[in-house]
Design a protein around this ligand. Structure first.
Ligand SMILES: [Zn+2]
Length: 193
């Protein structure tokens, strides 16, 4: 990052230290898109050892990419994450891989995404591993369907149709029961496609 690019990130870190939050549109106007910005704040929080800010920016980042994976800025945010965090730091890498996996069909057809498949350091390898069905938590979550409970609003991962004798399923959080046919309509992945 240049000094100009760094200034808003430093500003966000300082704001966080005083207020325990930061906004993506504060005083300085030359900011990258929010998802790139959150990744930059995360990297700087790591540099200064501010664990709570890492958690905070991670949550912001996850929320932003969950709905914004189809925005033009998404590929840049992947490059940001994969060039500023080590492979061992899964904080932003796992959410990126998960979102890419959930939306892989749309993404691999996207020109911007194709560029970062070639250019973001180590990204293609991690993405390929997940698509090939490696044995990690992210892979399991990607291979299962994501349901959004209409009652409690929480998301859970699973497959409904494994046992035809059980035509209904419970939300693991609030225990509400719906027919599997109804659950199929509360699929988060289906909603996006
Ligand atoms: Zn529920």
């Amino acid at each position: 990052m240049t000094i100009d690019e760094k200034a808003p990130v430093v500003e966000a870190v300082l704001t966080y230290l005083y207020n325990f939050n930061y906004e993506t549109g504060m005083l300085i106007t030359s900011r990258p898109p929010p998802m790139v910005f959150h990744a930059q704040v995360y990297a700087m929080a790591e540099m200064y050892g501010i664990q709570s800010l890492k958690t905070y920016s991670k949550e912001k980042f996850e929320t932003t990419i969950a709905t914004g994976w189809n925005l033009e800025a998404f590929p840049s945010s992947i490059t940001e994450v994969f060039s500023t965090t080590p492979e061992t730091d899964r904080g932003l890498r796992d959410p990126v891989i998960k979102v890419c996996c959930e939306n892989s069909k749309a993404l691999v057809a996207d020109d911007g995404f194709k560029v970062i498949l070639r250019e973001a350091p180590g990204f293609a390898a991690e993405f390929a591993e997940v698509l090939a069905g490696g044995d990690t938590v992210v892979v399991k979550e990607c291979l299962l369907t994501v349901y959004e409970c209409p009652d409690c609003g929480r998301e859970w991962h699973g497959n409904l149709n494994e046992n035809p004798d059980l035509p209904s399923s419970l939300c693991p959080y609030c225990q509400i029961e719906y027919d599997n046919e109804d659950w199929a309509r509360y699929t988060r992945r289906n909603k996006k496609r």
